[in-house]
Ligand binder design. Sequence first.
Ligand code: ATR
Length: 264
Amino acid sequence: MKKYVVIGNPIGHSLSPKLQNFWLKENNIDATYDKIKLDTHEIKNFIQDIKEQKIAGCNVTVPFKKTVIPFLDKLSLEAEQTQSVNTITFDNGDLVGHNTDIAGFSIAIKKLNFKINGKKVLILGAGGVVPSIIFALKNMDVQEITISNRTKGKAENLKVLFNDLNILEWGNLTDFHVVINATSLGLNNETINLDFSSSGNDKLFYDVIYNPNETPFLKIGKQLGYKTENGKTMFVYQALEAFKLWHKIEPKVNTDTIKLLDND
Ligand code: ATR
């Protein structure tokens, strides 16, 4: 039986096994999907297990999306340009790193009734998923992207990949049409200490977090009368794109799929 896994640290709260196993069953594929917590020094041996096909393929989550790159044979264009891998396949003897977070985010935005091209985007945070979000936003022809992160150096580092970013001091606010929370603030009900109240109209508040469903950040957006969206659709579609890469089948997304993620 083929074995797929998601690696990360921490990994306990990952809902990938639930979703991937649901789709495996629905499509009568004889395979399993588990989660494994790894330390950095264990990554090399783990990837060797994929090369030897003891493991058929894997997803990669925080904090290893960049760590895995030196151990792979090839990268997709998206993975190369974002230096971020969330899915590994084994194709014709080669370990290939892909980035399906980009498609996940792009599909999530397209499904919203919100015209994003020509808009000013403010991203809060500079962690593992941010290069993928920036890459997707650039393909959507946004007007400008500003990054604000507590550790300014990490925001500055993103300029190596994307040279035309604006950097904003953490704690400050700038004019925006779309604000994206890509920090971990909200996972445990923390608020973001910014005053969004004078932000004008027709705005989108997007949170990468999907559990809880509505972070304090999204609650504020909603109270101010703006469109809000959590990271659930992005999560589902990055998983769908990974499933397609491994199994060459497009799984269904419906209310059952979404409900799977609500129960936790
Ligand atoms: P990683 O940084 O390992 O990729 P992540 O979960 O992808 O992990 O990113 C966490 C993000 O949340 C980072 O942008 C982090 O800011 P720092 O780079 O300064 O660490 C941000 N974050 C976490 N806790 C925060 C807090 N209390 N206040 C502000 N930002 C915070």
